[in-house]
Design a protein around this ligand. Structure first.
Ligand SMILES: [Fe+2]
Ligand SMILES: [Fe+2]
Length: 476
């Protein structure tokens, strides 16, 4: 269940299975909370089982979202046939309590689960008197569960809601990956390139980044940390749009930049996989072949009618450095186009922070340091510095060690001080998970002069067992 593609690619039977397991575990929590006192081992165990399963769900889907309507069950906004019938009693139990929609967020605690279950087992008329279940659970301080009595939303409304929640949804990311895969396939099979869908995807992202400058950086941490060219292309696009928007580029220019960055490595699909995936250094001939992806891509894009020529320019120039090093050799080009210089920076950043067959990913803060160093030679100095400033040394999704020896994940860049972002503290000084992770605004805290947390260093998320995706995507 660990892939961003999951929600879209799930078959009905897989969806049923997830829903079934969830409802079984949920059901036993409700039952046991009604029968047993709070600390009874049976109740404690069913709560911990339930929480464990939720954690798996969060890893794949960001949150749990279930709707109950007229006896039927919808999971992640998809209708799940027969699930309502299998849990008839539970469904009608929830419906009598006017619970038609439940959302559960990462960070949920055992206490919240217990309080929620306990509130559900109260008499419906008492819930009513307390102002409804949502009011009741808010009063109990439950923040990771929300319930409503609304009916399932229409398709368009759902999409909007999802986007609201994530700032932007995972589906957008998946859509972009699918679109670039399709174009690569057309290119490989000698078909004319159809970029209409790609344009729609890009335009949608442009809207998003103009509304919320952080939205796409957040989305970019969804990528798989591997050498996959498609994920890389999407990430380079997300970062390029973020950088472009921060420079104040206008909508139509951002659209062109988005498309050009998405297509920058198109030529790579013509390079043999054994070269791309090679774990040792390339031979001279192999390296010459690898370099050709720039020319291959540019040729294909140039031949595509209805495509702005800037796409071909970026494909050709994105490995050309401002100090005239790099490739291919283009003696007539005085300086690469600003789009090429911009994509070069986001390309270097994404390449550094990705897993390669021959090395591990570089941590974001180190990658940004390297970019800063290269801003004096290979990279456009103004754009490179702007990128570093924008990403904030510890970009959203970085896992950091604090001076208190606690570990935290960065959820929002620091407003006026890039070394002091907003973090979510997850592990205590003994590297044990906090029951209730808490949020600290490092800048505000420093200003107030209270208990002072500061960042010591960025750490490899895998080494401390933290999956940043779990915390960054759904949290504001
Ligand atoms: Fe490239
Ligand atoms: Fe690239």
């Amino acid at each position: 269940m660990h892939n961003v593609n999951m929600k879209q690619e799930l078959s009905t039977s897989q969806l049923f299975e997830i829903g079934e397991t969830f409802l079984q575990k949920f059901n036993s929590v409700i039952k046991h909370s009604n029968f047993y006192p709070e600390n009874h081992p049976i109740l404690v165990e069913s709560i911990s089982n339930f929480k464990q399963y939720l954690k798996e769900i969060f890893q794949s889907f960001g949150r749990l979202h279930i709707n109950i309507y007229e006896g039927e069950v919808y999971l992640f906004n998809r209708f799940v046939p027969d699930l309502g019938k299998s849990f008839e009693k539970l469904v009608s139990f929830l419906e009598t309590r006017k619970v038609n929609e439940i959302s559960i967020l990462p960070g949920i605690t055992e206490r919240e689960i217990y309080d929620f279950a306990k509130s559900l087992t109260e008499k419906p008329e008492n819930i009513e008197k307390a102002g409804g279940l949502q009011t009741r659970i808010s009063n109990l301080g439950i923040t990771h569960i929300s319930v409503t009595s609304s009916s399932p939303k229409k398709e368009e409304e759902r999409e909007e809601e999802d986007n609201d929640f994530f700032g932007i949804s995972e589906e957008t990311y998946i859509q972009a990956v699918t679109v670039i895969k399709k174009i690569a396939f057309q290119y490989l099979s000698g078909m004319p390139l159809d970029v209409r869908e790609a344009r729609q995807v890009v335009d949608n992202l442009v809207e998003k980044v103009l509304q919320n400058p952080d939205a796409l950086i957040r989305l970019s941490i969804l990528k798989n940390y591997d050498e996959d060219t498609y994920y890389h292309s999407v990430n380079v696009m997300l970062l390029s749009l973020t950088l472009g928007a921060s420079l104040g580029l206008e909508k139509p220019i951002l659209s062109a930049l988005g498309l050009a960055s998405l297509l920058h490595d198109l030529g790579k699909v013509k390079i043999p996989q054994e070269i791309i995936k090679k774990a040792t250094s390339l031979t001279r001939d192999e390296w010459e072949m690898m370099k050709k992806h720039t020319v291959f891509g540019a040729q294909a894009l140039l031949l595509s009618p209805n495509l702005n020529k800037i796409c071909a320019v970026v494909a050709l120039e994105h490995h050309l450095n401002v100090d005239k090093t790099g490739y291919p050799s283009l003696p007539l080009v005085k300086k690469p186009h600003i789009f090429s210089r911009l994509v070069q920076i986001t390309d270097v950043y994404d390449a550094l922070t990705s897993q390669r067959p021959y090395r591990k990913p570089t941590l974001p803060d180190n990658a940004l340091r390297l970019i800063f160093v290269q801003s004096k030679t290979k990279l456009d100095p103004v754009l490179a510095k702007q990128f570093v400033r924008l990403m904030g040394i510890y970009p959203v999704g970085s896992v950091v060690k604090l001076n208190t020896q606690e570990y935290a994940v960065v959820v929002k860049p620091g407003k006026d001080d890039i070394t002091r972002p907003i973090v979510f503290v997850l592990l205590n000084e003994h590297m044990q998970k906090y029951e209730q992770p808490f949020r600290v605004n490092l800048l505000e805290e420093a200003r107030k002069g209270g208990k002072r947390h500061s960042i010591l260093e960025a750490v490899d998320p895998a080494k401390v067992g933290i999956d940043p995706k779990e915390y960054v995507v759904p949290h504001e």
